[in-house]
Design a protein around this ligand. Structure first.
Ligand SMILES: [Zn+2]
Length: 213
């Protein structure tokens, strides 16, 4: 298991790295992104702390902008989770309002009298600053949606099952109220501990990444 995780880390660390502010035209239209976080190491490399993709056609760039730029926690589960950990770290009672999903007008009408939107904007801003200052990412192209979802799932499964790459003591995710984040050392709650890469499928991934460079 750990040898596949080690291969995944080697492959991801060899890819071109993007930092904020990134040039969208250098990112493929369809593919997978891998996030790294300052201070996190695994397999003698920078440790992968999140993997993600997109379902809609040609939306990889947009997805990354939703994480790094768009100040709307309800459009990015990653932003929501960073905010949860930052609020939880300071025992901030605003956490219960941060949890509210305000995408629909109905929800907005229901909660708008309860929520201090100026404060929420302030937290969104802190989340942006934290993400922009602490995360970098690499991407690779996968045009087919089913393949994207399959590779994403296998990446998450492989890393979450590995017991060699663990978060540092200072990792922000340790403050997450989400047990799955604390336990996995990854900013995710889905696809953990599912079917990982084996020797054959990791070889295929290696050829795919080499081809996409
Ligand atoms: Zn590992």
């Amino acid at each position: 298991m750990s040898s596949e995780c080690s291969s995944v880390h080697r492959l991801a660390n060899e890819l071109e790295r993007h930092k904020f502010p990134f040039e969208a035209s250098n990112i493929p239209l369809n593919g997978i992104y891998v996030l790294f976080q300052k201070g996190e190491y695994g397999h003698q490399k920078e440790r992968i702390v999140r993997i993600g993709t997109h379902t809609g056609e040609s939306r990889l760039r947009l997805r990354l902008e939703e994480h790094f730029l768009n100040e709307n926690k309800d459009r990015s589960i990653f932003r929501k989770n960073i905010g949860r950990a930052l609020l939880s770290q300071h025992n901030d009672p605003f956490l219960k309002y941060w949890e509210r999903n305000l995408v629909t007008k109905k929800a907005k009408d229901k909660y708008s009298s309860l929520i201090d939107f100026d404060y929420q904007k302030n937290i969104e801003n802190q989340v942006s600053q934290y993400i922009q200052g602490n995360f970098s990412f690499a991407t690779f192209e996968v045009k087919n949606k089913e393949e994207r979802l399959d590779i994403e799932s296998k990446l998450i499964a492989t890393i979450s099952r590995c017991d060699e790459c663990k978060p540092s003591n200072d990792w922000l995710g340790n403050s997450s109220p989400k047990e799955k984040i604390v336990k996995s050392g990854l900013w995710q709650v889905n696809e953990l501990y599912k079917t990982p890469f084996d020797a054959t499928s990791i070889g295929k991934l290696e050829r795919r990444i080499a081809h996409s460079k």
